[in-house]
Ligand binder design. Structure first.
Ligand SMILES: [Zn+2]
Length: 216
């Protein structure tokens, strides 16, 4: 095995390991959800395959494609949402990993139009603020990706209307953590709404919070 093959295998193993983490954390249910990383130097995406059971996934199931979706290695089809991942990598040079889930609490807010407001302090630091909703688009279409790119500007996560959630990061670990934080924020906000009382931060508080977290 040469250096390149070893590097690709290493990345495929990381994708499998984070896919299993997402499945165990219930961010992925059944065969839903997908994740990828971008090898920006080579211009190649390593992505989970379409319709694969996460508990049985092996590194050789991971598919490598270029930004136009052409398969470079792997025998399986890439996730049907590969265009979502490709549009995000095209738009954001600092993003090298994408996690897409249908996780229940976050997705419950994708059924509405207003997203998840910045109600928790850590949302300012890790997610960049509130979580916006990208307009509805057919699953698997380029429009899903273009909508997500708009909703992700200045943010690390967004919702896809009547569909799910997308979290991004510099690497898989960060994208995974941002997916966990988004689901967590959605869960806490859901409980608060059910409790019947939510204190919303003022514009002034939000600006001060963002300035403080960005200064760190
Ligand atoms: Zn989806």
């Amino acid at each position: 095995m040469n250096q390149l093959e070893r590097d690709m295998l290493d990345k495929a193993e990381r994708i499998v390991s984070f896919s299993i983490k997402c499945y165990r954390e219930k961010l992925f249910a059944g065969k839903s959800g997908n994740l990828s990383l971008f090898d920006r130097e080579r211009g190649l995406i390593a992505i989970t395959p379409a319709g694969k059971d996460y508990t049985l996934m092996q590194p050789e199931d991971i598919v490598w494609i270029d930004l136009s979706g052409a398969r470079v290695t792997g025998s399986r089809d890439p996730s049907s949402e590969w265009r979502l991942h490709a549009e995000i990598y095209r738009a954001f040079p600092e993003v090298n990993a994408v996690v897409h889930t249908h996780s229940p609490f976050a997705t419950s807010f994708a059924l509405g139009d207003s997203g998840i407001p910045l109600v928790l302090i850590e949302m300012a630091g890790s997610l960049g603020g509130d979580v916006k909703v990208a307009p509805f688009a057919m699953p698997g279409s380029e429009a899903v990706g273009l909508g997500a790119v708009c909703a992700l500007r200045g943010r690390k996560a967004c919702l896809l209307q009547n569909h799910g959630m997308v979290a991004v990061g510099q690497d898989l670990k960060e994208a995974y953590l941002n997916a966990v934080y988004t689901e967590d924020a959605a869960k806490i906000y859901s409980y608060a709404l059910r409790n019947g009382s939510v204190h919303y931060l003022s514009e002034e508080d939000i600006l001060a919070l963002k300035a403080a977290t960005q200064a760190k």
